[in-house]
Design a protein around this ligand. Structure first.
Ligand SMILES: [Zn+2]
Length: 281
């Protein structure tokens, strides 16, 4: 299993003014790609690293805020090419599809399956088990944290929400955790801050902690400084996700993916190759 980050920006300013990139992250194995929280720019970021949306088997939207789902329609269209290739699964809370739905009706019907996230949810996507860890308190929006398991390796995704002591139990046993830490300073909000992240890392004790969904406060503090402060406080290896970061299990080694199409446009040679394959068969 490996994780590929398309971006790690979080919160209104960082995402919608693109002070860091956004677009969510991909959990991958040899058999499948699962795209989680495809925020703005996801299709372009995928193209930059040469990943094809048609190879994504499932899209997971933890909740309906735009920084987590802005590109979902685009990606479903890119995967299914309208109705040419009805395929793929969408995993999301029911409220994301009912009140103020995130997916247009004509796009939704091109998916093969819709799986509704709820508290006792657990399902396999081509060998990767996706389980809801717990419901998060996140304003008035239905939001779920998740655990991805493959070959005995466990990744916890602590999405947006207010810190709760029971999170430590809900994500215990994870080898790696992704923490959506929007802020540095403590404040009375349904988002995690640095003190919350320290409590989570110390309580869960993963092999690696990955900070994601960083707002301007985290960006302006500087990722290296944030990593050092968290590591000094917890004794656990911590990295702030950057655009195109890849983390591999079980070694937890990380590297930056080399861009295949730096400006997000594919070469026409690729089209010619694909087209010739289609006419050959
Ligand atoms: Zn949110």
């Amino acid at each position: 299993m490996e994780i590929v980050f398309l971006g790690s920006a979080g919160g209104r300013v960082a995402v919608f003014k693109q002070f860091r990139s956004s677009g969510g992250f991909i959990v991958r194995s040899e058999k499948t790609n699962i795209h989680i929280d495809p925020g703005p720019g996801a299709l372009i970021r995928l193209t930059q690293i040469g990943l094809k949306p048609e190879e994504t088997d499932a899209f997971v939207v933890s909740h309906k805020h735009l920084d987590h789902c802005a590109d979902i329609n685009t990606l479903i269209e890119a995967k299914t090419m309208g109705s040419w290739n009805k395929s793929g699964t969408l995993l999301t809370p029911e409220s994301a599809l009912t009140e103020d739905p995130i997916v247009l009706r004509y796009t939704l019907k091109n998916l093969e399956r819709i799986s509704i996230l709820k508290e006792d949810f657990s399902e396999y996507i081509k060998g990767i088990r996706v389980t809801v860890s717990m419901k998060h308190k996140h304003q008035d929006v239905e939001t779920y944290g998740l655990i991805f398991e493959n070959n005995g390796e466990k990744l916890g995704y602590i999405t947006d929400g207010r810190f709760e002591e029971k999170m430590i139990e809900a994500y215990s046993g994870c080898d790696a955790i992704i923490i959506n830490m929007t802020f540095i300073k403590e404040r009375d909000m349904d988002h995690l801050n640095m003190k919350d992240a320290i409590r989570l890392i110390k309580g869960i004790r993963p092999k690696i902690a990955i900070i994601n969904h960083t707002g301007m406060e985290v960006i302006l503090t500087g990722y290296s400084k944030v990593e050092k402060e968290l590591e000094d406080a917890t004794g656990i290896k911590t990295i702030v996700a950057r655009e195109f970061l890849k983390v591999s299990f079980p070694s937890m080694e990380f590297s930056k993916i080399k861009l295949k199409n730096p400006i997000g446009i594919r070469s026409l040679d690729e089209w010619r190759q694909e087209h010739s394959k289609r006419t050959d068969s």
